[in-house]
Write a protein that binds this ligand. Structure first.
Ligand code: 5GP
Length: 199
């Protein structure tokens, strides 16, 4: 479980798309959310867009790995697909906030890698949020406030990368993923391979 967190606008979605496009071994964990769909988003691909009643039902039925309220909306990770995928040895990319990261880490420490992406400055973050032009000015204001709150949780992560250049940031995040995959404990089948080597 490869977790990318950052304040909105720090470039996490771009980095996520670059990782997913270039690496067939990792899939996006598609979250359920009650927030309205944005232009360009695809239901079932970016998020499962659900009503509050459906979200409440999923919580009640224990269908979510973790969930949190972010910006007045609920976001959560559906369990079923992730569990089956992990069992089959697949990697998953999670674009979730610090609250979800804490919950996943508490449940599955061994299987979780936590990466936090920082913007080069708050001015640049605001510029990016405005350039995105997907949210009203009140929403941008509240996202800036939330950005400060999100950034204050930077020390709950294994890695921190400053995104002052998207290609350089992507390269660093890819290196983290590659190194974490090479950890001995994660290389299933290594015992058989080494045994074969020694014969
Ligand atoms: P956005 O509305 O910009 O897509 O996402 C807002 C925030 O919610 C982002 O920080 C994103 O990482 C977080 N988020 C998205 N999906 C989930 C989820 O399933 N669980 C949690 N805890 N946070 C999520």
């Amino acid at each position: 479980m490869f977790i990318l967190s950052s304040p909105s606008g720090a470039g996490k979605t771009t980095i996520s798309h670059m990782l997913l496009a270039g690496d067939p071994e990792i899939s996006l964990s598609v979250s359920a959310t009650t927030r309205p769909i944005r232009p360009g988003e695809v239901d079932g691909q970016d998020y499962h867009f659900v009503t509050q009643a459906e979200f409440d039902r999923m919580v009640e039925a224990d269908e979510l790995y973790e969930w949190a309220r972010v910006f007045d909306h609920c976001y959560g990770t559906p369990k079923a697909e992730i569990r089956a995928g992990l069992r089959a040895g697949r990697d998953f990319l999670f674009d979730i906030d610090w609250q979800g990261t804490q919950q996943l880490f508490q449940k599955d420490q061994q299987d979780v890698v936590r990466v936090f992406i920082l913007p080069p400055s708050l001015e640049e973050l605001q510029r990016r949020l405005i350039a995105r032009a997907q949210d009203s000015s009140e929403v941008i204001e509240s996202r800036m406030e939330r950005a400060r709150a999100e950034i204050s949780h930077w020390d709950g992560y294994d890695y921190v990368v400053v995104n002052d250049d998207v290609d350089a940031c992507f390269a660093k995040v890819s290196q983290i993923l590659a190194a974490e995959r090479m950890k001995r404990a994660r290389q299933t089948g290594l015992i058989g391979f080494v045994r074969e080597l020694m014969r």
